[in-house]
Write a protein that binds this ligand. Structure first.
Ligand code: DI6
Ligand code: FE
Length: 420
């Protein structure tokens, strides 16, 4: 027995690991994946306190840490980060999916009360407890893929009471489970039926009535909007960004998903953390995003489900050096997806990203897209100890196997996570 008062050993030491630190791109002159081939990594409390080559360890593992895990040459990565989800919502849209495949048009479905408005109705009708129970299996499914941080947006309430309810559920999920939740206020997601033909009035309400209360209650870490023909204009989005700025909240944007309105350029002007979707992104806005450090978040689940044919400009983003992140966009309409590993596969197959780019897209660059790169996203001393041990040696297996790589162990904030 050791006396814990005098025990200055690390809490946990992982040895004989292939550590994909993700701290540098292979193409930036580091080793691919920031790999340490014969690595060890130590945690103390919720932090990483040592990471390096086995041969540089300052002693025998058993003498260095209370608990030692021998990884037998298997892969360790940062905990995965899903930086764009709409995980908390009511109802589902499977009937609408079926109607569409039986020939109904999107418009007919909308007239019959379907589409995004049907999710708004179901979300408004659901109690906080019901929303929580409904969201829980989706969160657990993400966690089963090694996700340790997830962003959750509002946007299906479209009225203060219901937007706040969605965000409270998101916060509660983060408090109740071994996962970090970042919340985003997306009041400007769609026009609620009671504001039909009065979109400017709705934006006034979002800026002057909803956002101040959401902010005062500490419910939002960030502000987002849907800048699109079927969403809100660039001018309306700018008003939302101005309101966010007044409250010192960072912004991000759904932009260039269905058409090129220049939302990404606006996002860059407001130093947005990210612009997301981007199939129709133009080269001027790519340059603007590079200059402002705005991350490009691509969403292959929505691309796939909508049978989009226009690819996001991955090569141009790559050439410009814009960091690219990858996320599920988990939502009941355009991306009923709850596997982040599936997005790695689709990122490679549909978007022609490399396996290293897709892994960076759900670690380092996803952390940048959430403004938390100083805290997570790479395996470096001082960062929170969120890491995953995989039943694999080669990191390409994360994207090669189609959503089918089991994680062997997950450490969240230094604590081993129980199987969900
Ligand atoms: N873009 C999308 O694809 C989703 N929201 C957004 O801004 C669609 C959401 C839905 O159909 O429920
Ligand atoms: Fe989205």
């Amino acid at each position: 027995m050791t006396d814990s008062a005098t025990d200055n050993r690390w809490n946990h030491l992982w040895i004989n690991a292939r550590i994909a630190t993700m701290s540098l791109n292979g193409s930036q002159g580091g080793s691919a994946y920031g790999m340490i081939e014969h690595g060890a990594i130590a945690t103390q409390g919720d932090r990483i306190v040592w990471a390096g080559n086995m041969s540089d360890l300052p002693g025998e593992p058993a003498a260095l840490a209370e608990e030692v895990t021998d990884c037998n040459g298997q892969l360790v990565t940062p905990g995965l980060i899903d930086c764009h989800t709409h995980l908390v919502y009511g109802g589902d849209r499977s009937a609408e999916f079926e109607m569409r495949l039986n020939g109904a048009s999107y418009e007919e479905i909308a007239r019959a009360g379907g589409g995004i408005v049907s999710t708004v109705k179901a979300t408004r009708a659901a109690s906080e407890d019901e929303l929580y129970e409904h969201a829980l299996p989706r969160l657990k499914r993400l966690m089963a893929d090694g996700v340790t941080t997830v962003e959750i947006k509002s946007g299906y309430g479209l009225a203060l009471e219901h937007e706040a309810k969605q965000l409270r559920v998101a916060r509660k999920l983060g408090n109740d489970f071994s996962v970090s939740v970042k919340t985003t206020f997306l009041g400007a997601h769609a026009l609620p039926p009671e504001y039909q033909d009065r979109s400017d009035d709705y934006i006034d309400m979002v800026c002057n009535e909803m956002l101040p209360v959401i902010h005062a209650e500490g419910l939002a870490d960030c502000v987002d909007a849907f800048c699109e023909g079927i969403g809100f204009s660039v001018a309306q989005t700018e008003r939302v960004f101005e309101a966010a700025k007044k409250h010192s909240l960072p912004v991000k944007l759904h932009a260039e998903q269905l058409s090129d309105l220049g939302g990404s350029g606006l996002a860059a002007r407001y130093n947005a953390l990210s612009a997301d979707h981007l199939e129709y992104l133009n080269s001027d806005d790519i340059a603007a995003m590079k200059a402002s450090g705005t991350v490009a978040v691509v969403l292959p689940g929505a691309f796939y489900c909508l049978r989009e044919t226009k690819l996001p400009p991955i090569q141009a983003l790559r050439d410009a050096g814009v960091p690219i992140a990858l996320a599920t966009d988990c939502n009941p309409g355009s991306s009923p997806v709850v596997s982040l590993l599936l997005m790695l596969s689709m990122g490679c197959t549909l978007f022609h990203m490399t396996p290293e780019e897709t892994l960076a897209g759900v670690t380092r660059n996803a952390a940048k897209a959430l403004g938390i790169i100083d805290e997570v996203g790479t395996l470096e001393v001082g960062k929170r100890a969120d890491l995953v041990l995989w039943r694999a040696k080669n990191p390409a297996q994360l994207s090669y196997l189609v959503a089918d790589l089991p994680c062997q162990k997950v450490l969240f904030a230094g604590q081993p996570r129980a199987a969900q």
